[in-house]
Design a protein around this ligand. Structure first.
Ligand code: UD1
Length: 396
């Protein structure tokens, strides 16, 4: 890169030009409420939305723009799939060009996908302040690419917007200065609460042939569950067995579908009538299915949170979670991917007394408002510093 592009100083600028980054499916519902909130103040903030193109299929990307009223991305970087290094590297190269041309005062990244980390590093090396929404979550599982993305991103971001108390504690334990941490709540829940009325009126269950509270919803996409043939075969066998007790609906992620095909498991699944196999669904159909499920079985992070707010029991097919608050809330059981554990957890849900589920603090639909308030306060502070004639301060 051209080292002259930005001076080797931290520049105190009043935040005006903001770039928000989306890349993969779980980013869209986190950015939608934030961009909507910031666009309410055009006299203060000028926002641009950049889509890295990490996810590119219509049902992994376009449908979310339509349903969530996300503005069309100002730039699409078209990065696509690849190994971690390839994908991260391609995002960094493309995003560096964007930052140099757009000269943002702030870059906002969300979540924990490769695009999140790649854009945070790129902006920070150009001395552009970076804010991370959904900061501080930790699984302490270094085999998860997302854990690396989370830790690297948080370690360099200037503003850390956290969804839960455990996230605050994780960051403080890692030595993060308290004034970088802002406990704002969960932006994903902002999106959920905004979209719930629309989801309620959708005919998703009827279309698929499901009865309210009489099916399990399954989603899988983690490499630890879908990349290994033995593990995936065990999960498929268990799912077929469970579907005899409770119909199962499974919207299949492209990574999982590819492996189901490669390992010759798809035809076995397709022959089972109690199992509804679907392509990836849009946000409203997913929400419609989640809210009416008897139980959600998943390895997704976002679904653990959504299940908690919807009051639907969740069984997580992982050994750990970066969202322990969903377990403490009484909604989520983290059981791993062994068939006997999955079976036992499902039976406990079917036979057990319905547990009281508590919605975590600040998962109230106003996280994006709190983020905008923090940015406005910071903008005011920057003006005060600039007016005192200390526009450029040395890097500490
Ligand atoms: C990514 C994120 C993960 C997130 C998940 C949500 C990382 C490291 N992982 O995982 O944290 O939970 O998104 O979906 O960033 N593919 C398509 N079409 C697409 C996108 C992907 O067919 O639009 C296929 C490709 O074969 C690709 C594979 O899915 O190689 C995996 O995609 P990738 O973006 O690498 O990771 P995900 O498994 O989707």
């Amino acid at each position: 890169m051209n080292s002259e592009a930005f001076p080797d100083k931290v520049i105190v600028t009043a935040i005006r030009n903001i770039i928000l980054v989306v890349g993969a499916r779980p980013n869209f519902m986190k950015v939608a409420p934030v961009v909507r909130q910031l666009r309410r103040y055009p006299e203060m903030f000028r926002t641009k939305l950049i889509h890295t193109g990490q996810h590119y299929d219509a049902d992994m990307s376009d449908v979310f723009f339509e349903e969530l009223d996300l503005p069309k991305p100002d730039r699409f970087l078209g990065v696509g799939s690849g190994s971690h290094a390839e994908q991260t590297g391609k995002v960094m190269i493309a995003f560096e060009r964007v930052c140099i041309e757009e000269r943002p005062d702030l870059v906002i990244v969300v979540g924990d996908v490769n695009s999140t980390m790649a854009c945070a590093i790129t902006a920070k090396k150009l001395c552009v302040p970076v804010a991370h929404v959904e900061a501080g979550l930790r699984s302490r599982d270094w085999t998860m690419p997302e854990e690396i993305n989370r830790v690297v991103t948080d370690s360099i971001c200037d503003l850390l917007f956290t969804p839960s108390h455990d996230a605050n504690e994780n960051l403080l334990r890692e030595g993060v200065a308290p004034d970088r941490i802002h406990f704002v709540g969960n932006v994903m829940i902002d999106c959920l609460l905004q979209q719930l009325p629309k989801a309620r009126h959708r005919a998703t269950l009827k279309r698929i042939g499901l009865e309210k509270h009489n099916y399990a919803m399954l989603t899988l996409h983690r490499p630890s569950n879908v990349d290994d043939s033995k593990v995936l075969t065990d999960i498929v066998t268990t799912t077929i067995e469970l579907s005899k007790k409770l119909p199962v609906v499974w919207p299949i992620h492209p990574r999982s579908r590819k492996n189901l095909e490669n390992y010759g498991l798809l035809s076995q699944l397709k022959s089972n009538k109690e199992l509804k196999l679907l392509n990836p669904l849009g946000y409203l159909d997913m929400l419609s299915l989640s809210r009416s499920a008897r139980v959600i079985i998943t390895d997704s992070g976002g679904l653990q949170e959504e299940a908690t707010v919807l009051g639907v029991p969740c069984i997580t097919l992982r050994d750990n979670t970066e969202r322990p608050v969903t377990v403490e809330a009484g909604a989520n059981k983290v059981v791993g991917n062994q068939p006997d554990k999955i079976r036992a957890a499902l039976l406990a849900v079917l036979d057990g007394v319905k547990q009281q589920i508590r919605v975590p603090e600040l998962w109230d639909g106003n996280a994006s408002t709190r983020i905008a308030n923090v940015l406005m306060a910071r903008r005011e502070r920057s003006f005060a510093i600039l007016n005192n004639g200390r526009g450029v301060v040395s890097k500490s």
